[in-house]
Design a protein around this ligand. Structure first.
Ligand code: SAM
Length: 415
């Protein structure tokens, strides 16, 4: 029996060996903490098949390995995420080499992992991407990292977009109810490095900021990506107008709308009852009242009839989509997404748009939104809406978040 050491430097590897000694050889006991992190990352990557989000998979993995402490979990998760940020790069290389390459490309400062497993690279972590790429055993190209560049909407720089996959986007909040000064004070007290955008509403925070602990008053802010906040510039609601957020999820766009004009008469719907229950809780915390909520499958045959003769001044169609504009947050998607899926999403978007468009009042507006970077889900669906209705694109297009560490979205106002 191996004694479990309290020594921080090798505690992980000894505990790791102790709990798995029936399957491990004596080699494990000689592995360093960092080699064990690399082996664990390889184990996760080998077992992950993409059927559930990576963060859920990691959570389940760590539940099965309860002897791993917080630091172990953070490092292993980080290495796995770095690996997936490389997309299709280095497919023929061993997984371990790709994990180490991920640490070189995605880390921006020397760190203990590289110091232990690839010391020659550690001092190069601060170099520009091109210099780091020159050290790699396989050529780094934007297409290898993001192999869907031919599908992009107009105006998205393919090379820049591909390499933004190597960096985790920032966390954003939208400050509400004129509480910017109070929020800033709490962030200052907590010594958080933040950036306030020129609109005095959008605040960028480092990832992992425990904003709910630092700012316990929930009505002062909403967690919402900067690009998602920007879609609100297309709403322009007036008091007493009827609006319908038809794919509302937990209500991010609806709260934005109500903050602009509390007097709108709001209908929210989604195909998922559970997400509308989340919406109700979120609305309550945000102080949003006076709305109607209903579960509705917008693709169902009987759906249009179930709406009766209602007409809306504004409809927000924040459509189900590939989410490709948010893959910097879920880089595992790059490896598991199939190009054919884009068309399936487009068909769903067209079907929903077809059923929703008749409910736009004459002179009213349809706000079509996706968090996709693909033309087929964006411009092509807008073109379809114009073909089947009198609605015409008035303003909007790609909201490129990649220059500010945010998601990239597409939002258009048609009327
Ligand atoms: C992009 S999300 C909406 C995000 C939301 N507007 C927000 O700001 O947080 C798309 C939503 O469409 C819903 N959806 C997917 N298929 C649907 C359908 N056939 N009918 C109605 N809603 C659907 C999904 O459940 C999902 O919540």
């Amino acid at each position: 029996m191996i004694k479990i050491s309290e020594d921080e430097s090798n505690g992980f590897c000894l505990r790791f060996f102790h709990l798995t000694c029936t399957r491990q050889t004596s080699l494990s006991s000689r592995m360093t903490r960092w080699e064990n992190y690399l082996a664990s990352a390889e184990k996760v990557i080998g077992a992950y098949a993409g059927s559930l989000p990576l963060h859920h998979f990691l959570k389940a993995f760590f539940k099965e390995h309860p002897y791993m402490g917080g630091r172990d979990r953070r490092w292993i998760s980080q290495l796995v995420y770095h690996y997936f940020r490389l997309g299709q790069w280095g497919k023929s290389l061993p997984v371990s080499e790709r994990v180490i390459a991920g640490a070189l490309l995605c880390e921006t400062a020397p760190n203990d992992f590289l110091a232990a497993v690839k010391p020659a690279w550690n001092e190069h972590t601060t170099l520009p991407l091109a210099d780091k790429a020159a050290l790699l055993p396989a050529v780094l190209t934007p297409d290898a990292v993001f192999p869907f560049s031919g599908e992009l909407s107009a105006g998205i720089d393919a090379n820049t977009y591909a390499y933004t996959m190597l960096t985790q986007p920032r966390l954003f909040i939208r400050v509400r109810n004129n509480k910017l000064d109070k929020v800033r004070q709490l962030l200052d007290n907590a010594a958080v490095a933040y950036e306030v955008f020129a609109n005095n509403t959008t605040v960028a925070l480092p990832n992992g900021t425990k904003i709910e602990v630092i700012v316990p008053e929930k009505s002062w802010y909403e967690v919402q990506d900067a690009s998602s906040q920007q879609t609100g510039a297309l709403f322009s609601p007036a008091a007493q107008q009827r609006w319908w957020d038809c794919c509302a999820a937990s209500g991010g766009k609806s709260i934005l709308l109500k903050d602009q004009q509390p007097g709108v008469q709001l209908l929210v719907s989604d195909v998922r009852r559970s997400i509308l229950e989340n919406l109700q809780q979120r609305f309550a915390a945000a102080g949003v009242k006076n709305y109607e909520a209903r579960v509705a499958d917008l693709t169902a045959e009987h759906f249009p009839a179930s709406m009766g003769s209602r007409q809306f001044d504004g409809i927000i169609l924040d459509a189900p989509c590939s989410g490709s504009g948010t893959w910097g947050r879920t880089p595992e998607s790059i490896s598991f997404f199939k190009k054919e899926e884009i068309q399936k999403y487009q068909q769903l978007q067209k079907r929903i748009a077809h059923n929703v468009v008749p409910f736009v009042k004459k002179g009213g507006a349809l706000i079509y939104i996706t968090c996709s970077v693909f033309k087929q889900e964006n411009e092509d669906v807008v073109k379809y809406i114009e073909e089947i209705s009198d609605l015409r694109k008035q303003e909007g297009g790609v909201i490129a978040g990649y220059d500010k560490g945010a998601d990239t979205m597409y939002a258009v106002r048609l009327s």
